[in-house]
Design a protein around this ligand. Structure first.
Ligand SMILES: O=C(O)CCC(=O)C(=O)O
Ligand SMILES: [Fe+2]
Length: 341
């Protein structure tokens, strides 16, 4: 239990999560009218307005102005229950393990006046297991459309665009969902909407001039764009533990695949089709992986286990476990895994 002194003063959400869990489980989404607190709404609107005022379009990088909308990273006030209160509410509505929750995205989106009225529906990136929207300014006729019962394959990629590119023309959503009536949600300012964003096709109709805050959560320990406030400190801590611990000490520490590791690719070079394995982390140089390092990542999967356990699960002899620590050190150094206290 937190100390009284540092107990959060304000909550972002103001609803009882358990009241929405049954509906979410049965329908794949929840609409929570007035689910955001008045205090948070004042803060978020003010934050969005000040971002728009202080930043000219020319300063924006690619991801910040895309698909006819401006995007800003949402920053939360110090005296609110971000992120733990959000993890708890979302995990409780969607029946996920709160211990593994991450916030993989937290963007304010401001749609341009000429944004298209009926864009084709999309699926969010894999890390958006639960997509949570809060309406800030919503034009009268603008709606969220959702298809919670059709074409529910999870997008395994790291963007909506990669999913779309992976489809044959006849499998595009505008083909496979033609004739299906979507659920339409009128998310008014202050309302909260949650749905399985990486599997349910969704979009906003008549979005011109809408302002929304979208936060994407998962219990898969994924954070490819490093927007969870704990992701980069975990990496820093991992590097410190590596520097200050002996191989024997490391054996007793827990490891997990880095939330930032986007993918591992295997490709075949024209040098007699020699195979190459590469790991990718956004914004960093790719790194080469050996087959043994790859086996370690596959064995770890989404687990968080002690290094000694990982070595045993890989089939290496227990008595010589310490001799395998150096290759795991290298995996941690390149950022493919994190060592945790
Ligand atoms: O504007 C909306 O309500 C939808 C936004 C959305 O789909 C997203 O942020 O992924
Ligand atoms: Fe989306």
């Amino acid at each position: 239990m937190p100390d009284k002194a540092d107990a959060p003063k304000a909550t972002v959400f103001e609803f009882e999560p358990s009241e929405y869990a049954d509906f979410y489980r049965e329908n794949g989404y929840a609409h929570i009218p007035g689910g955001a607190s008045a205090e948070f709404m004042r803060f978020a609107l003010h934050f969005a307005e000040s971002k728009i005022k202080t930043r000219g379009r020319e300063e924006l990088s690619d991801w910040q102005f895309k698909d006819k909308k401006l995007q800003f990273l949402m920053e939360f006030p110090d005296n609110c229950d971000y992120p733990n209160g959000l993890y708890r509410s979302v995990a409780s509505v969607a029946d996920l393990d709160v211990e593994n929750m991450m916030i993989g995205e937290r963007h304010i989106k401001i749609y341009e006046g000429n944004a298209p009225e009926n864009p084709p529906p999309h699926k969010d990136r894999l890390a958006s297991e639960i997509t949570v929207g809060i309406g800030l300014k919503i034009p009268k006729n603008s709606r969220i459309v959702l298809y919670p019962e059709h074409e529910l394959t999870v997008n395994p990629y790291q963007s909506a665009a990669q999913w779309r590119t992976s489809l044959d023309p006849e499998d595009l959503p505008e083909q496979v969902l033609a004739g299906v009536d979507p659920v339409e949600i009128d998310m008014r300012p202050g309302d909260v909407v949650m749905f399985a964003g990486n599997s349910i096709y969704h979009e906003r109709t008549h979005p011109a001039n809408a302002w929304v805050l979208y936060m994407k959560f998962n219990a898969m320990r994924l954070d490819p764009i490093a927007e969870d406030p704990k992701t980069l400190p975990q990496r820093q801590r991992s590097l410190a533990l590596l520097a200050e611990s002996s191989d024997v000490e490391l054996l007793g520490m827990r490891v997990e695949v880095s939330p930032r590791l986007e993918k591992v690719s295997r490709h075949y070079t024209r040098q007699h089709w020699m195979e190459v394995l590469q790991g990718s982390i956004l914004g960093e140089k790719k790194f080469t992986l050996s087959e043994t390092e790859w086996a370690a990542l596959r064995t770890l999967d989404d687990r968080n286990i002690e290094m000694s356990d990982l070595i045993a699960r890989m089939g290496f002899p227990k008595q010589r476990a310490v001799t395998y620590v150096p290759f795991l050190r290298r995996l941690a150094k390149v950022g493919a895994i994190d060592v945790r206290d």
